[in-house]
Design a protein around this ligand. Structure first.
Ligand SMILES: NC(=O)c1ccc[n+]([C@@H]2O[C@H](COP(=O)([O-])OP(=O)(O)OC[C@H]3O[C@@H](n4cnc5c(N)ncnc54)[C@H](O)[C@@H]3O)[C@@H](O)[C@H]2O)c1
Length: 316
């Protein structure tokens, strides 16, 4: 049995708690959160509750999810690595590139696993979309355009939308291209939040391939869509509803024909945790590496510099 625990049991952490409680390979030993109200979650799943995460670390969990606010990830992860725990840190890995790199190095030095929750890779719709792209069915993929917009929920106070939501799409677009972008140009505005709350990023890859990200906390309508232009076909993926449409030529002319592709059912977080657990227990290849998360953070940091400078920034 893998002893698992969760630090930070808010909106995202509570789903980690539920999944660890459900996965037969795991024994959920504790939840830590300074908000005493979160103890109900521990009670519900029959595990210990701590208001100080260091008391939880003293119980020596094998694998911990860190789902506290992003600006706390480094301190908590650093302490957890010192305590000998394997880690799944919610995205973004940190708000600071040097600190993220230091965590990766420390995990390597201590031979501990460090995963970061780039959950979209584990979305069944993305798994199928990736299979379609890699099969060559769409032809050469020229652009991937992600729209991730919705109303602001008021929870994320410590970072802006580029780090909080843009990270998902930087990782997802790069994963779909199987490539890393070399430069980024970004614009952003700040209307209701203390950081930027609407941003558009243009990611440049080799061979003229382009990724576009529009992400917003100002839109009244919630959308999580990926549009793909290939040289043979166009595809649309609705990440929230786990739907894929591939548009084929209509031999009779006129409108394109859209074919809905079957997507297997599944909860992205359960898929992610299953993969992380296999990596910890059986040393299987992770689908998303710590280096991938540091790359995603470096693109977001370059995007923030681009917003400030008004010019394109090299990633690296
Ligand atoms: N993968 C995803 O799709 C996804 C979705 C949402 C959030 N996130 C990430 O998860 C993290 C948390 O976001 P959220 O939306 O759950 O926020 P949230 O505010 O709902 O939850 C954060 C929780 O952390 C707790 N906390 C604060 N200080 C702590 C400390 N010192 N030790 C332990 N717990 C502490 C808070 O009391 C709160 O319960 C962020 O990094 C965010 O980017 C990821």
């Amino acid at each position: 049995m893998l002893k698992t625990a969760v630090i930070g049991a808010g909106s995202m952490g509570r789903h980690h708690v539920r999944n660890y409680a459900e996965i037969p390979q795991c024994e959920l030993i504790g939840v830590a959160d300074p908000d005493e109200g979160r103890s109900e979650l521990a009670e519900k799943h029959g595990c210990a509750f701590y208001t100080d995460y260091r008391a939880l670390l003293a119980q020596k969990p094998d694998l911990i999810t860190i789902a506290a606010p992003t600006t706390l990830h480094y301190q908590i992860a650093n302490d957890a690595l010192d305590a000998g725990c394997n880690l799944l840190i919610e995205k973004p890995v940190s708000d600071d590139l040097d600190k993220a790199r230091a965590l990766m190095q420390k995990a390597r030095d201590r031979q501990l696993k460090l995963a970061v929750g780039h959950i979209e890779r584990f979305n069944p719709a993305v798994m199928e979309l990736k299979r379609i792209i890699d099969s060559g069915e769409l032809g050469e993929v020229l652009s991937v355009n992600n729209l991730r917009v919705g109303p602001y929920h008021g929870r994320i106070l410590d970072t802006g939308i580029i780090l909080d939501l843009g990270t998902h799409d930087v990782d997802l677009i790069s994963y779909l291209f199987n490539d890393r972008c070399h430069s980024v140009f970004a614009t952003a505005t700040k209307r209701k939040h203390n950081h930027e709350d609407h941003a558009v990023l243009q990611l440049s890859f080799g061979n003229g391939h382009t990724g576009i990200i529009e992400t917003s906390w100002l839109a009244p309508y919630r959308a999580r869509n990926v549009f793909i232009v290939g040289t043979k076909h166009f595809a649309l993926c609705d990440l929230a509803n786990q739907l894929i449409l591939v548009y084929d030529d209509n031999p009779e002319g006129g409108n394109l024909l859209a074919g809905l592709r079957p997507v297997p059912e599944g909860e992205p977080l359960k898929n992610e945790l299953t993969s992380v657990i296999a990596n910890v227990v059986d040393d299987t290849e992770p689908l998303c590496t710590a280096e991938d998360s540091i790359y995603a953070l470096s693109v977001c940091m370059a995007a923030l510099k681009s917003v400030d400078s008004g010019s394109s920034q090299v990633v690296g």
